[in-house]
Design a protein around this ligand. Structure first.
Ligand code: FRU
Length: 535
């Protein structure tokens, strides 16, 4: 459908057609990255959930493979739902996933590759003794899903955790212990619980190195390690994480800062983003984060265009040892292989209340690095806006300033990505990083929001952002990845050759100087695997 084809991304993973949601069981095996995903083979809306499967050498170029698992047993006949992979020391691969049963109960099932010597892992076997875990007493049978990757405890037995809900509103994660992945014991208590956060979907639990140097295997523990607990909140459709300490003897996790606990503090991504999952890349010693980016147009539009959803560019995740309070997310370095010609702009003055065009040619596929310095103070101070406000039109003394992506020449459509430093009562500045979709499209039937959150900017730092633009998706990273925002936008004018890039400064009291390096991005090869014989 030509009308919608502009919205397809050029270098983000998306299915050839139909509906996709959560990333499932990501892993690296014999030279290939594997991505499985919640997939409806029949339609561009959710339903008939199977596991789609794709492989890549570099996390950027992908080959679609045949479906890995379909709902064909009583214990998953209503859907092969989300799950995670565990690589065992002897080379076995264990896949645990949630099945929605013939009675729509949520149970956990075991599957494994039929042939480990196949780098493509084409065939998957479901364990004949499935389900291996059923909902325990006191838990609603339809609030018990998405098992994590297993980790090995110091006692030599494996553990997994599964999100749920207790007493209607308390988000919890249960811990199960196993030696063989077929028999499980529910441990007393929970890994963690947070009142008021509701059902926890897609829990992720993993260690990070405090020195911020490398990614860690999921079983790593000991001094110099913190643990991240992430839950996807079913009530608000937001992925929240917190940093804390895991006690492998009691199997309890404690947040560093109870006021920033899971579900009430930091978001993995402040934009359109959900059901994220990490895996440890044993080849490159890094932890990689996937996240699902849904559409924000109508179901009717999705059916017309014939597909729905994207995955983010995979991000490496490290602990930010400069703040000690945040993770750092950064697009995997392989995405830089798509960089084509670049343009540099140095110390461009952007005066308070002005817009500066950046003449870079085509602006639909970009990788943008931008750094801003507050240049001079004007006398013009304004009432403060306390956060992202109503978007880029909302002026305050020190912000907003940033870039306008996917804008047309006449600025009838534009998406500002910006910083807003705000004065606080103690005289220091607190900074918000925001993406404002409200003027991104002339279409009325798309969801447009002002997204954003706080970002720590340390004394010796400039304001810096990296922004990946790919047609209808914009992924924005502030301060090296402390705060991240993914947006979906559906312009009607600012498409193909009409898309432009601008600098803007809508502060009332400061001029800024911007230095940028902008690459045009190539498209990735994302296509069916070229099997020699019909399957
Ligand atoms: C999250 C989720 C999971 C579930 C899957 C079903 O988006 O609801 O909890 O396993 O999607 O497709």
């Amino acid at each position: 459908n030509a009308m919608f084809s502009w919205q397809r991304s050029a270098y983000h993973f998306q299915p050839q057609k139909n509906w996709m949601n959560d990333p499932d069981g990501p892993l690296y095996h014999k030279g290939w990255y594997h991505l499985f995903y919640q997939y409806n083979p029949d339609s561009a809306i959710w339903g008939n959930i199977t596991w789609g499967h794709a492989v890549s050498r570099d996390l950027i170029h992908w080959l679609y493979l045949p479906l890995a698992m379909v709902p064909d047993c009583w214990y998953d006949i209503n859907g092969v739902w989300t799950g995670s992979a565990t690589l065992l020391p002897d080379g076995q691969i264990v896949m645990l996933y949630t099945g929605s049963t013939n009675e729509s109960a949520q149970v956990q099932n075991l599957a494994y590759p039929a042939n480990l010597s196949d780098p493509l892992l084409l065939d998957w076997l479901k364990y004949p003794g499935n389900p291996v875990i059923v909902p325990p007493a006191g838990i609603e049978t339809d609030e018990f899903r998405d098992p994590t990757t297993a980790w090995l405890g110091p006692d030599g037995t494996w553990r997994i955790t599964i999100g749920s809900r207790f007493n209607e509103t308390i988000g919890i994660s249960l811990v199960y212990q196993t030696t063989n992945f077929t028999d499980y014991e529910l441990l007393d208590g929970v890994l963690h619980a947070v009142p008021g956060t509701g059902m926890w979907e897609c829990v992720d639990f993993y260690p990070v190195a405090i020195n911020g140097s490398v990614g860690l295997d999921t079983s790593a523990f000991g001094p110099g390690i913190k643990h991240v607990l992430k839950a996807s909140l079913d009530d608000t459709k937001v992925d929240h994480y917190a940093l804390g300490t895991y006690d492998p003897v009691t199997d309890k996790w404690t947040p560093d800062n109870p006021e920033e606990d899971v579900g009430i503090g930091l978001k993995v991504d402040y934009g359109r983003y959900y059901a994220s999952k990490t895996f440890f890349d044993q080849d490159k010693q890094r932890r990689i984060l996937w996240g699902w980016i849904n559409e924000t147009d109508t179901e009717t539009a999705d059916l017309k265009k014939g597909w729905a959803s994207l995955q983010t560019i995979p991000r490496s995740v490290l602990y930010d040892n400069k703040t000690g309070t945040h993770l750092l997310q950064w697009p995997v370095k392989e995405v830089e292989s798509l960089r084509l010609n670049s343009t540099v702009f140095e110390e461009v003055l952007v005066e308070a209340g002005s817009i500066v065009p950046l003449d870079i040619g085509p602006a639909t596929q970009l990788d943008i690095l931008a750094e801003f310095e507050i240049e001079s103070l004007e006398s013009n101070t304004t009432d403060e806006v306390s956060d992202c406000g109503d978007g880029a039109i909302d002026r305050s003394t020190f912000g907003p300033f940033g870039i306008l992506v996917i804008a047309d020449d006449s600025l009838s459509e534009l998406t500002p990505v910006f910083f807003r430093p705000v004065n606080t009562s103690d005289g220091s500045l607190k900074t918000y990083f925001c993406a404002d979709e409200t003027r991104s499209s002339k279409a009325n039937d798309v969801f447009k929001q002002v997204y954003g959150g706080k970002v720590p900017v340390l004394d010796d730092e400039n304001y810096n952002m990296r922004v990946l633009v790919d047609h209808s998706i914009v992924e924005s990273f502030a301060q090296g990845g402390r705060t991240v925002i993914s947006s979906r936008i559906y312009p009607t004018e600012a498409i193909y050759g009409a898309a432009r890039l601008f600098l803007f400064n809508n502060a009332t009291g400061v001029n800024v100087k911007a230095t940028l390096k902008i690459w045009e991005m190539n498209s990735a090869f994302i296509r069916p695997f070229p099997f020699e014989e019909p399957l």
